[in-house]
Design a protein. Sequence first.
Length: 163
Amino acid sequence: MGEGKGYICPECGYSFTAMLGIGMRFPYVYRETVSAMKHGELGEEAQKFFAEHPDGAVSCELVMMKCAGCGEYDCRKALTMYVLKEGYAHEVPEGIWSTAMPHEGLDYVSPDEIKVSYTKYAEYPHKCEACGGDMQIVSDDAAKVCPNCGHELEDEGIAMLWD
Ligand SMILES: [Zn+2]
Ligand SMILES: [Zn+2]
């Protein structure tokens, strides 16, 4: 279950809702993402990563990111690339995601497994849609500043849940 968090600027009214986390479709999202990366749909760097590291993993949860150029926020799949730690092996998940959903045979690397068995290889080079600047992943609890007027954004809390 992912969550949607709302932020609003009390000064100018700028607002956005960030959809964060992972949903029930995660195993499918994972497979689609890896497939897109392997086919070069997400850039050369990602394609090269999987060519050189066939057992690499990628973080597919939604995270908040901020443009270093114009300060705009966006919410995207992290796409950070990981490789296995020495001595670790990927375990094909077996019905651990949800017994209610037919995920048998679907191979994916969960965020929990990444934490335990993998080490960061490279961050995906996210670009800002507004200005083309570099987007950097920002932590959930970092203070958010309005890209329009510089005032601190108010956290409206969890606006909704999504699956
Ligand atoms: Zn503002
Ligand atoms: Zn920008």
